[in-house]
Design a binder for this molecule. Structure first.
Ligand SMILES: [Zn+2]
Length: 127
């Protein structure tokens, strides 16, 4: 409690003297230790690439061979929700995965290679 009161009075002192403006850049420094979404996505990407090298497909992200990915024959993405994240390996040799959200309804295109994906709702029944 004591430190909080001290902090408040310090803020008041800053406000009065106009020193708040000078102290503002400290907020940027404080945010430096928090991993950004980008850094977290990179970690997930690495995890998935490692799994794929072991022959696993934990996120059902590989393009099924029987879909062309065209508007008429989009990649079918089963989902228990109305939206899910899709990872597209645009070309087989690619090491980078393009991530985007796929929503229920019209087929959507990979922002990088333009392949069509369509979300198909699935219902799981547990007995
Ligand atoms: Zn793609």
């Amino acid at each position: 409690m004591a430190s909080r009161l001290l902090f408040r009075s310090a803020v008041r002192a800053f406000t009065r003297t106009g020193a708040v403006r000078a102290a503002a850049p400290a907020r940027y420094m404080a945010a430096g230790g928090i991993p950004s979404d980008e850094e977290q996505a990179t970690g997930l990407e690495k995890e998935i690439m490692t799994a794929l090298k072991r022959g696993e497909d934990p996120y059902n992200m590989l393009k099924p061979k029987n879909y062309k990915g065209t508007k008429e024959d989009p990649h079918i993405v089963p989902s228990v929700n109305n939206q899910r994240i899709v990872g597209c390996i645009c070309e087989e040799e690619n090491t980078a995965v393009v991530w985007f959200w796929l929503h229920k309804g019209e087929a959507q295109r990979c922002p990088n290679c333009g392949a069509h994906y369509k979300l198909v709702p699935q219902h799981h029944h547990h007995h």
